[in-house]
Design a protein around this ligand. Structure first.
Ligand SMILES: [Zn+2]
Length: 341
């Protein structure tokens, strides 16, 4: 029995479309073929006698179904090939550019180390607004009206009464006022402070400070010396020594500068300590009675120890950074050196 010539035509159509890779072109080809193929069959259906009409009708429907199935299969293959071709562009063997991952900024690293130290001593850790009042920033801290620190050329004023804080001691002033009914106040304030300085290797208009205060009955300079000594050993080396020199700050009496033995040469003298074996690190003292009184704390009953230090200075010393601007530029080449520190 010879094969149905229509089946042969459909087979040829199937071969023809096997190389088509575009679904729109495929649909177009289907329409062209169906027209060419089916029109003569419908013409035949009109002419055929009633006895064979049904049989021919079924055949035509089968042909149409075959064409639909063939086109459907090819459409699926086109989609599949498209997906495969995308996959083939992915080559897991090509070397990649590693994502640049930085690290915590060294300011944050040192801040975390200081927080860790004071949390263990149950101090309140405080980050307050960078905008404060002249009252908290100066008046409550015994900084008189004519003190040069208040000058327009040193301070970023917002208006007569508000400014960008020049030190975190303004936060301490606020804490003392808010907690003046407590028998003990232990607080550490962290954050940015602002001064009208031209930016160079050792100056920045914005830097980070820590301000520490501990108020209670009978707290004394020995407590201050112990606290600072323990903090320096925690931040630098276990054998770090501290020495206190008399100084002058408006909000402490007596006031003392603190030096630490050089961590780079253990006090023998090197470039880090400029050959003197000691490094100036912070200011501290006993809170001035007028600061306690301004906060509503009885200075006859209570005393307070206080210290303020620059985080940036510690960062620069600790990691041997000789330009403060490196700390704030967030350059990956700098930051990646602090991974895991
Ligand atoms: Zn040294």
């Amino acid at each position: 029995m010879s094969q149905d010539k229509n089946i042969i035509l459909i087979d040829e159509f199937k071969k023809h479309i096997s190389s088509i890779n575009n679904s729109n072109v495929l649909i177009e080809e289907k329409n062209i073929f169906s027209k060419k193929f089916l029109v003569p069959l419908y013409d035949e259906l009109k002419k055929v006698d009633v006895a064979h009409k049904k049989e021919l009708g079924i055949k035509i429907n089968n042909y149409k179904k075959m064409i639909d199935d063939i086109v459907e299969e090819r459409l699926n293959n086109i989609e599949f090939e498209k997906l495969n071709s995308i996959k083939s562009e992915f080559d897991p063997m090509i070397p990649v550019d590693y994502l640049q991952s930085g690290s915590l900024n060294p300011v944050q690293i040192v801040t975390d180390q200081v927080i860790d130290f004071f949390e263990r001593l149950s101090f309140d850790i405080i980050f307050d607004n960078e905008i404060t009042t002249t009252d908290l920033n100066f008046t409550k801290l015994n900084i008189k009206e004519d003190h040069p620190a208040r000058s327009l050329s040193d301070t970023f004023y917002i208006n007569d009464k508000e400014l960008l804080r020049v030190h975190c001691t303004s936060v301490t002033a606020k804490v003392l006022k808010e907690k003046n009914k407590q028998s003990e106040i232990k607080s550490v304030a962290f954050g940015n402070v602002f001064r009208k300085d031209d930016d160079d290797a050792t100056h920045s208009h914005q830097f980070n400070q820590i301000d520490i205060v501990w108020v209670k009955e009978n707290i004394s300079i020995s407590n201050l010396k112990w606290l600072i000594d323990a903090l320096m050993k925690h931040l630098f080396k276990k054998n770090t020594k501290t020495r206190f020199r008399l100084s002058q700050f408006p909000f402490t009496e007596p006031s003392m500068e603190v030096d630490i033995s050089c961590f780079a040469c253990d006090g023998k003298g090197c470039n880090v300590c400029k050959k003197i074996g000691w490094i100036e690190i912070l200011g501290s003292g006993l809170l001035h009675p007028s600061v306690l009184e301004s906060a509503g704390i009885d200075s006859n009953k209570y005393s307070g120890i206080a210290a303020g230090l620059g985080i940036d200075r510690i960062v620069m010393l600790k990691y041997g950074i000789n330009d403060i601007r490196y700390i704030y530029e967030n350059d990956f080449r700098i930051l990646k050196q602090f991974r895991g520190k």
